[in-house]
Ligand binder design. Sequence first.
Ligand SMILES: [Fe+2]
Length: 491
Amino acid sequence: MTPVSCVVRYGFRGLFATLTLLAVSAVAPIAADAQTVSPFLQKPYLQLGDNPSLQKSERLQTLWQTIDEDSDWQVDIQAAGSSEWKRMATPISRRVAITGIEPHRVWKATLDGLKPGAPFTYRILKAGNPVFQATGVARKAANQPVRFVVFGDCGQDTPGQKAIAYQTMLTKPDFVFITGDIVYGSGRISEYRTKYFPIYNADESSPTIGAPLTRSIPFLSSPGNHDILNANFEKSPDTMAYFYYWSQPLNGPIGETGAPSTNTLTGPEENRKAFLAASGENYPRMANFSFDYGNAHWTILDANSYVDWTDSALRAWVEKDLEKAKKATWRFVAFHQPGFNSSYSHFAEQRMRLMSDIFEKGKVDIVFNGHVHNYQRSYPMRFKIYPSAYDESQKARRADGPIAGEWTLDKTFDGDRNAKPDGVLYIVTGAGGAGLYDPDQQRKPNTWQTFTYRFISEVHSLTAVDIDGKNLTLRQINSVGAEVDRFTIRK
Ligand SMILES: [Fe+2]
């Protein structure tokens, strides 16, 4: 593709890019051609990369996308308060050449030597000329307060998605966690281009547009069914773009294509090969992983129906991961499909209840889910599974069916005066932008399961969590910024 065709195809966004570039020019001179043609298909965004553990000298990654050409890219960082730019290692690129999509590159650079919790500025240079600049904050250390935002089921290019992106910006989180269904309907490259990047990496902040979030705030995610379940490369050759565009830890238990508990890739061999070539080491490993942020440990699981969570090796990995994290003050687990859900929608899809005993034993504080497009908060709870749920004969049914058992609820926890929960809190926060599920149930508590304490389904919302040492406060904030739920946990 020539630069001219790039202007035609990305002309509207190019206009915004030009404005950004002119702003950068106050800092450093920019070549004339860079002021008129955006060098990006997608502007830079921050990722954690394969950095699961806290470091004394922190690292993040910045990724961006370009047309398929070799270019002389460089990345510099500048610590807050310093005037000195420090050159990073040369960026590397991954070529994505998929049927139906013009081949393009995903560039990746490591931002190294960051002081934990400290702000920094980074800039991208092409052929020696600065073409992009943004700020960020390094991952927080264990003794620093943290704020993060969680929501799921978002990338549908709706007014609700844009309003939640805007409210996320106002919340000023250190990072954002998406509990899956990042883009609808099949996690395609084409869908990321219209329903993800323009909203979460918009050049301006507005409730009707979105916000420049991802360039400054790392996003993490647990992929959902709309992201990675559809592996039909005949129907959607550009599906499962999660494995091209995200860069997250690769420390999970499932590392081989075709291994048990991975989905079956179907469609023409050349399409499947193209997917594997472009996703590289990310597939399938990046579906399950863990990481630390501040004084919390996060365990991220793939809850899609092809994963057998009765598999002893997989269960042992989760158990061990939580055991290794016992010194962390907080332990969170995130995955897409909830085990405990009161909505009519997806009600029978309960397979992740199979993991509740491990979460309880591992002293997990909160499980964050999506999939169900509303907000639900459980009582602190324990779940005792009926032995029949483990029967081999039930296995096929388990993939999408109910898991029988009984729960014990801590109804003395009020998240205020009594802020010490006995059990695990399950939060469904799937109201990030896609069409809301079962809005009528909000005012019908008699339709809720007895484990549900709060159910907000009339409005889109996000979950904002503040951690300061042994205190945690969770606020649920709706699409116009009003608080619709809140609780505190103290240790
Ligand atoms: Fe889903």
